[in-house]
Design a protein around this ligand. Structure first.
Ligand code: ZN
Length: 222
């Protein structure tokens, strides 16, 4: 009887341990596959995820969203800095608005399809239209807007001009952790033409260095 109990205990222990090991492997696999491709520390910082033509949004990327008063959503983690930046701009007589924030993969696909359709309606072949559209629209899965960390910021034109907003942001956004993501003369590195409205949250530390050295996110991460 005692022997049977010991054997039973042994089998139960193996079963329990086995289950734990399997679960642990699954969990580890899920983390490494779903979010990060690399063990580099800078890549493990959510603020520094690189998304461009050669780096897609990590699979199963998860985020929590906060909805702004105009219905646009942003990653909740950047909301306090964004709010502070807008409050400070307004106190200086500059009135920015967020024109674009988080986009779902499907929304990005629709934007791309609309652009392709507009070129087709101008008489281009489907192949040509696709190629041309890629110069204007980031491929679905390769748009920073799918991270919820990128914003297109324009002016509330009843109170400020776009130029006023862009120049205020160019000089001040880094203090709140935002960078001008596609600077002038950076097209050969970022792959995107100058966009004075597109800001990306990277945190204040990285933003200060990127602003001071006048470099791109790609160069900062190199
Ligand atoms: Zn944008």
């Amino acid at each position: 009887m005692k022997r049977k109990m010991i054997l039973l205990f042994f089998f139960v222990s193996v079963m329990i341990t086995g289950t734990f090991v399997i679960n642990k492997c699954r969990a580890e696999k899920k983390i490494s596959v779903s979010v990060w491709d690399t063990e580099d520390d800078t890549q493990n910082d959510w603020r520094l995820i690189l998304v461009n033509d050669s780096h897609a949004v990590p699979k199963n990327y998860q985020l929590e969203l906060t909805q702004l008063s105009n219905g646009i959503c942003v990653d909740s983690r950047i909301y306090p800095d964004l709010q502070q930046m807008f409050d400070d701009a307004r106190s200086e007589g500059i009135y920015p608005i967020v024109g674009e924030g988080y986009r779902t993969h499907e929304e990005q696909q629709n934007i791309m399809q609309n652009k392709i359709d507009s070129f087709i309606s101008e008489g281009y072949s489907e192949k040509e239209a696709k190629k041309l559209a890629q110069d204007w629209v980031a491929e679905p899965g390769k748009s920073e807007h799918e991270l919820g960390l990128a914003l297109d910021i324009n002016a509330d034109t009843s109170l400020s001009s776009d130029e006023e907003v862009y120049s205020w942001l160019a000089e001040n956004a880094y203090k709140y952790g935002f960078i001008l993501r596609y600077p002038q003369n950076g097209e050969h590195i970022t792959g995107i033409d100058y966009e004075p409205w597109h800001y990306r949250y990277v945190g204040t530390e990285a933003a200060l260095e990127i602003y001071t050295k006048q470099i791109t996110l790609e160069e900062y991460l190199c």
